[in-house]
Design a protein around this ligand. Sequence first.
Ligand code: AMP
Length: 111
Amino acid sequence: MSDCLFCRIATGELPGDIVYEDEKMVVFRDIAPKAQVHLLAIPREHIESLNGLTEEHDALIAYMMRQLPVLAKAQGLESGFRTIINTGPGGGQVVFHLHIHLLGGTGLPGF
Ligand code: AMP
């Protein structure tokens, strides 16, 4: 059994508000949303952070990036969205399974 929170959500071992999943990735709502829409997109494979990427992940990451606008449109974010990846403690990462924040709608602060 994994002790990684997001791995456990991906396998269904822990509850998550999943909006999309396939064989490569899982997308669920952030439990403490920072905007009207706040999704977390994760690879099924456990990768700690951007620091854990190797050349073998190139296709996976490209695939995930390509899904983001599709997911945003499905959430009604026609005018655009923001993506954030926090990396390491110094980057504000608190869950050490690579995840892409997808934010949009009302409540999105300036950056
Ligand atoms: P980060 O600071 O980039 O590591 O972001 C971790 C995110 O995970 C935060 O926005 C949290 O609100 C979110 N989070 C923590 N636990 C859960 C959970 N059980 N389900 C959904 N989102 C979570």
